[in-house]
Design a protein around this ligand. Structure first.
Ligand code: NAP
Length: 275
């Protein structure tokens, strides 16, 4: 890739952002189409986000992905939020134009596309949603749109109650209450990122009738238990790729093949493991 005076700049804004895989696969998408563009990470503290956004406009950045903790603020500060981002309450994709900043949420699309590989039909299925944070809202929006029947559990009960009320779901005090009736379990908490996080429920109760989707994009204790218990399971990597592919489509109008972005990430991860 040659960067010159006409290169377009895209990026991801987060705090922290160093761990992000988005630069790896978004740059592979630009390279695939031979576009004169580059995608870079921007680590911005919460108190500096508004100033940074003004800066991005002034210097002519074309598009951004937004990650924790800026997604809600990104929606508030945008000029043209789309209906899905408004319903979810956050934006993970911004597009800068002459008229103003357009805001989108592509997490729910990424979730649904990845979920379809695990469970092709979710209408009327019973689902246990673990978590009530930002990503849980995108998952909740997607599950409601698809007509699933959802039970929500969250460590902080009041957040689960708020989410359930808004989306018309039921709250459970403990995940164990509904394990025998749900077909799908979605972990949208950050528990499992660290190996010593306490389990979210008794994983011994999993069985082969459960499908398990963990939004975390690595092997977690929950996913290892799911594998051991014969469940169908999926980590969050494909969701990450599909949400990014949708952002890329919004910015460029082009649909990058899944294999292109997947290969870029797998090659990067393998290179990292070897080094
Ligand atoms: P968030 O808004 O900060 O919410 C965090 C959630 O995790 C809350 O429900 C919180 O519960 C819960 N939680 C945190 N630590 C916990 C623990 N030890 N035990 C039980 N619950 C715990 O974060 P988020 O944006 O929703 O992200 C959550 C996870 O999803 C992260 O790991 C993130 O990497 C992943 N994610 C993946 C994708 C993808 O594309 N694959 C996209 C978005 C997010 P409380 O309310 O009680 O604090």
């Amino acid at each position: 890739m040659t960067i010159n005076g006409e290169s377009h700049v895209y990026g991801i804004v987060g705090y922290p952002v160093k761990h992000s895989l988005s630069p790896i696969f978004q740059n592979s998408a630009f390279e695939f189409f031979n576009l004169n563009a580059v995608y870079v990470p921007f680590e911005v503290k919460p108190e500096d986000f508004e100033t940074a956004l003004k800066g991005f406009k002034v210097i002519g950045v074309r598009g951004l992905n937004i990650t924790l903790p800026h997604k809600e603020r990104a929606l508030e500060l945008s000029d043209f939020p789309d209906e899905h981002a408004k319903a979810i309450g956050s934006a993970n994709t911004l597009k800068f134009t002459e008229e103003g900043v357009y805001a989108y949420n592509t997490d729910w699309i990424g979730f649904l596309k990845a979920l379809s590989q695990l469970m092709p039909e979710i209408r009327s299925r019973e689902v246990l949603l673990l978590g009530a944070g930002g990503s849980a809202r995108a998952v909740a929006y997607a599950l409601k749109k698809e007509g699933a029947r959802v039970y929500v559990w969250n460590r902080t009960l009041e957040r689960a109650e708020r989410l359930a009320e808004e989306f018309g779901f039921q709250v459970v005090q403990k995940p164990e209450e509904v394990l025998d009736r749900v077909q799908l379990i979605v972990n949208s908490t950050s528990s499992g990122l660290k190996e010593d996080d306490p389990p979210l429920f008794n994983y011994e109760l999993l069985n082969e009738r459960h499908s398990v989707f963990d939004l975390i994009y690595k092997d977690t204790p929950l996913l290892r238990s799911a594998r051991r218990k014969g469940c169908a399971y999926k980590d969050g990597l494909d969701m990450l790729l599909y949400q990014g592919m949708e952002s890329f489509r919004i910015w460029t109008g082009l649909e990058v093949p899944y294999e292109v972005v997947k290969c870029a990430v797998v090659r990067y991860i393998h290179g990292h493991i070897r080094s």
